[in-house]
Design a protein. Sequence first.
Lengths: 425, 204
Amino acid sequence: MKKNNHSTLGKPLHLILAFMMFLVLPSCHDEVTNTYTYKTTIPVYLQMSTVREADIIIEPGKELDNPGKIYIYGDYLLINEPQKGIHILDNSDPAAPKNLNFINIPGNVDLAVNSDILYADNYVDLLSFDISDIRSIKMVGRDEDVFKSMYTNFDTGQIITWKDTVLTSESDRMWGWGGWWGRPEFLAMANDSGRKGGGQSYGQGGSMARFTLMSGHLYAVDQYSLRVFDVTKEDDPTFIKNIELGWGIETIFPFQEKLFIGSNTGMHIYDASIPSDPKKMAEYSHFTACDPVVVNEDYAFVTLRNGVFCRQGVNELQVLDIKDPYNPKLLKAYEMLNPHGLGLAGDFLYVAEGEHGLKSFNVADVMNIDKNQLEFLKSMKSVDIIPGPKSLIVIGPDGVCQFDYSTPSVLKPLSCIQVKNPVIV
Amino acid sequence: MKKILLITLIIYSFLGEAYSQEKTFFSQTEVGASLGKVKADFEGYTTRVNFSFQTLNGVWINKYHATGFLVGVDTYPNLTLMPLGLGWRGFMDKGKRHSLFAGMDLGASSAMLEKREETEWTESWYEGGLFLNPSIGIRRQSKKGKHASVLSIGYKRQEANFYEGSKEIGFSSFRDASLPPGFISVRKEEYVFNSLVLKWGLIF
């Protein structure tokens, strides 16, 4: 064959081969573009004096981008847009909520309403608004330096906040190339260029203030302290005292003269029967701030889920006997799929099962909840549930949806408020 | 696009009959090695030798030209791709036992042989891409003329992507178009593999 080749085609073939080698070989290396795109938080420094100079503007209603806390106040829904402000919606007809206006409050993450006065945080300050006429909202007060943990330097008045951003870095190397076969080891974690964002949690934009109202007092928690305000004179909150709690405080909710304060490591319970002087009662360590809890007089219902952040290792609905708040007892745990938030309305419990849907139970008999499942709406993906006086509010990928639950065993869809960036389940 | 290809092929198959060839159908199956250089560390390039298989099935247009669809398997560092496309072969047939030929293959590779890997924290997957593969070679007819063996050398440009993402922790309020939803970070490796491909095969 070779002989034949040489005799017939030898010369041209050799020439062509040589030409091809010449053409191809030098450029014969692989081009690799390595792009690492990551979310991160970058610090933003602000002067509180500048923040305070800026007017708080009441804007016309605008589309919900990514709602945070939802507060039901009479016929209105007050929906926080984290770090941006508060949407006010007219919900007198839950089948057709109307977007009324938006209070532009930079740095706002929480709100509470007490007798027509809306309290909202503005970075380190607490603002009060008169909302007796919802179409003509007026700011009536500013309490300065309520959430001090945001200050980097109290004397110069500089605060630090965190801004979410996406950064990109590039290299031309084939990272995972370890041999001829096989997939590269996971490497993105190794590349830490710029990943460090001060250890802040995502989307919350840094220090979070949380507050709640009970017995004429406003209780505000920031990362490590509980601050008590007397708001019996609504438009003039008076600071009473500061209670150190330890790190990682994330949530606060009141129930029957008790304050449940959730942290990364457990749940603190404070007795607030003397509202101006809450006393520590107990600390449960087996569930944390990332395990949603609802309570009635005798029982606490907690969902524990297995996820990236909340690594409980189980997907369960737990029922705790809290008749003796100093000594809660686990009564029974029910297996769930991936429970997120939950809502309790009388004897009816609604559980958001994440991507699996929404379940409802009759919990009159706490030892047989699994036998009393009423509905399992698999198409209603959900992460949180708020039982309101007129409707059951369900937060999920479809936005903020409302259901008629006057017949608790049969949920009837009423409406969904569209959200630009809905949650992903 | 696909329709046009199909119509072209049908027309070609009629043309094939018009030329009243002995053979209407064309089939070329090849195996070989693809050689390239990859920058795997900061020091420089390492040579890679990978495997390549391809079968092209179609019709003779006339004595000199054949065209058809191709499917194959190519390995690359870390991944295996499945090329799918169109091929053309032109033979300098002077009635002798050996003849030179040139080929051009075009198409896109699928990464369907690579599984999407998912853990609680991460997800990684491959994406195929376009390829271009010009080649030249020699055909040697068997004595009975029923089949022929071929040797070829070619250049193959293959695009592919690798993605690995870290999943979002909890619910984030912050979205950005440059990241797929649900991910906190994504590392994308865009590859253009430039290979010298040496192949041996059979034509029926």
